[in-house]
Design a protein around this ligand. Sequence first.
Ligand code: ZN
Length: 270
Amino acid sequence: MVDEVRELAAALDAVDGGMLVVVTGAGVSVASGVPTFRGTDPGAIWKRDLTELATRSFFERDPVASWTWYLARFDGILAGEPNAAHRALVDLEVWQRDRGGDFLLVTQNIDPYHERAGSRELIKVHGSADRVRCSTTGCTYGAPSGSLPRDEIDLSTFRREPSRANLPRCSECAGWLRQHVLWFDEYYNEHRDYGWDRVQAAAAGADLLLFVGTSFSVGVTELFRQAAQLRRVPCFSIDPGAEAARGPGLTTLAHPAEDLLPSVLEALSR
Ligand SMILES: [Zn+2]
């Protein structure tokens, strides 16, 4: 791992006062106990039902089942803690900021571990498990800009007796509340919190891209990768499940992020 640590540290150092963009995916949270969407680990429960359950059409068809499934799923996620990879990315942000450079962390994860660890310049492109919003577009608490912390909503009645009558409702318009996450049949530009304008600007302006624990199978990752290739910006991917590879467009470092990143930060601080 020593060579990879040195290589990535040197590339990060070379960004200098430029724009460093980190894109994280499910892999960064595996060490926090969150199963990946498309991973090979045995806990990858999403694989089976995800494309049907994680949709607006499923919510509209069966809001009780949607809420029940998400409550079980998100209760587990919200009980988790950041790991060494999340903490190392906070250190990387501080390191970059202290030398006058720009930094942006874009995560595909809906868990709250990056912000709990202390990341500041953060965009959660797929929403957040710890927030809900009104399902009525245009409502104060709905798209395109409204949402609420989940722990401010009384879910006790629905938890006790999941039914249509007990679905959590918006205090403003009495519409059903929903998860504040991007569903498969929705678009990045449907809610301001997904930060789509800023994501596109970052893709066009990055001086180095670091992918962490992402499988390159969703739109946002492809956007960054293509922009980087076009502009010949150095790209690194930390992914223990991939083959280690050094190409002109992308260097893949096949190590767990929670091992590699703290070592990189240690090298940078020397
Ligand atoms: Zn409402």
